[in-house]
Ligand binder design. Structure first.
Ligand code: CMC
Length: 387
């Protein structure tokens, strides 16, 4: 016990073996089950990638059809969840609403406690992947005081999500195919990222054998933080606060004086470049052709240009990460910044569930219980008299 090594932030501690996602941070490599992220972003869909993460192989055509069908049949949520949603204040943060409503799902599916039963486990996996977009769209509609839209299962996963977000009447709503595909690409890029803070939370909470909805709520809470999934929101707020390209050099000086962080830069693992950022930048161009150029883009480009050539950032190997451009895309699609962490949580559902399932199937897995280095008082007696 006395030999516990001190590793705050787990910089050098492997808490698990995993066959899901491979990252080489020095070379800028990200692979899901061996497939490079660049190829998946080009050729796959989010639902196919989710299957891959969960099952280890790409699905056959029939498996994919069945899988899409399984997800479709679970997109509707219980009407009482709508009432739960209605109880939130008009200005409730969507991520707070999502975390709470997913936690509430556990009360609707008590069978989910039987996590050792593979068939029951699979049903909860279907439910979570299917229902999170529905709940996420409810969160958005609630914040605007708009009626919630029910899922339209004849549409694809991201098209249906866009329709649930933006459909204004009962009349036909056809999501723009370029935006739907861009969202699908963003979802693929965000689907998993090995042992990041929220995934580690999913595994740690899940290791107590709790139901997946409760573990998911904890993982989503971890994602909410500005140093993790909240970073895309923080990037947009930063760009808005800079306000004009002419203020960029002054802002960079403040970063170098350690007054503020350059949000959307730096990564615990990628010390060369974040391959997801490269794909997102390309996707952003396609989106802006449909939506028009986001006015904050000029500030982002200038920040990137200066930072990539400045010794402070070069020395510390700080490069744009996945969040630097994703917020600009979401804003151009018409989403408020408060929805950005939600837009990260939806696709990460697949990764959290794949990692959770792998953890449960691992015979070496034990309940997560880190050690500590005790720095408090030595034993002392409670005083006979209190002064
Ligand atoms: N702006 C300015 N300086 C920075 C930044 C930044 N964004 N990130 C790191 N540094 C500096 C840091 O001050 C430190 O300097 P020094 O060695 O002189 O003390 C050095 O770079 C190393 O940083 P670190 O904090 O030891 O790195 P880390 O691996 O612990 O942190 C990070 C990684 C992502 C938390 C951090 O880079 C950060 O806070 N970035 C901004 C927030 C952000 O964009 N987060 C999204 C991450 S990607 C999406 C996800 O996976 O969640």
């Amino acid at each position: 016990l006395g030999l516990a090594s001190y590793d705050p932030g787990f910089l050098n501690t492997a808490a698990t073996r995993s066959a899901i996602t491979y990252i080489d941070g020095d070379k800028g490599i990200l692979e899901y089950r061996g497939y490079p992220i660049e190829q998946l972003a080009e050729k796959s869909t989010y639902l196919e990638t989710a299957w891959l993460l969960l099952n280890g192989e790409l699905p056959t055509e029939q498996q994919l059809v069945d899988w899409e069908n399984d997800i479709e049949t679970h997109t509707i949520v219980h009407e009482n969840l709508k009432r739960l949603m209605e109880g939130f204040r008009y200005d409730a943060h969507p991520m707070g609403m999502l975390i709470s409503s997913v936690a509430a799902l556990s009360t609707f599916y008590p069978e989910a406690k039987q996590i050792r039963d593979p068939a029951i486990r699979l049903r909860q996996i279907h439910r979570l992947i299917a229902k999170v977009p529905t709940l996420a769209a409810f969160c958005y509609r609630h914040s605007l005081g708009l009626p919630y839209n029910y899922p339209r299962n004849e549409l694809g996963y991201t098209e249906n999500f866009l329709a649930m977000l933006f459909r204004m009447t009962e009349s036909r709503f056809d999501p723009d195919p370029v935006l739907a595909r861009a969202l699908d690409i963003l979802f693929i890029l965000h689907a998993d990222h090995e042992q990041n803070c929220s995934t580690a939370a999913m595994r740690a909470i899940g290791s107590s054998d709790v139901d997946p909805y409760s573990a998911y709520a904890g993982a989503a809470a971890a994602l909410y933080g500005p140093l993790h999934g909240g970073a895309n929101e923080a990037v947009l707020r930063m760009l808005e606060s800079i306000g004009d390209v002419k203020n960029v050099p002054g802002f960079i000086e403040r970063v170098k004086n350690r007054e503020v962080l350059l949000m959307g830069f730096g990564h615990r693992v990628y010390k060369n470049y974040d391959p997801r950022a490269t794909i997102i930048k390309r996707t952003a161009d396609q989106v802006f052709e449909v939506t028009g150029r986001n006015p904050l883009l000029e500030i982002a480009l200038e920040l990137e240009k200066i930072a990539l050539n400045d010794e402070y950032f070069v020395k510390r190997k700080l490069y744009p990460n996945v969040d630097f451009y994703s917020g600009l895309i979401y804003q151009s699609m018409g989403l408020p910044v408060s929805m950005f962490p939600v837009m990260f949580a939806i696709p990460r559902t697949a990764g959290w569930l794949a990692q959770w399932q792998e953890m449960l199937e691992d015979p070496e897995q034990k309940i997560a219980r880190p050690k500590q280095i005790f720095t408090g008082h030595a034993r002392r007696d409670y005083p006979a008299e209190r002064k």
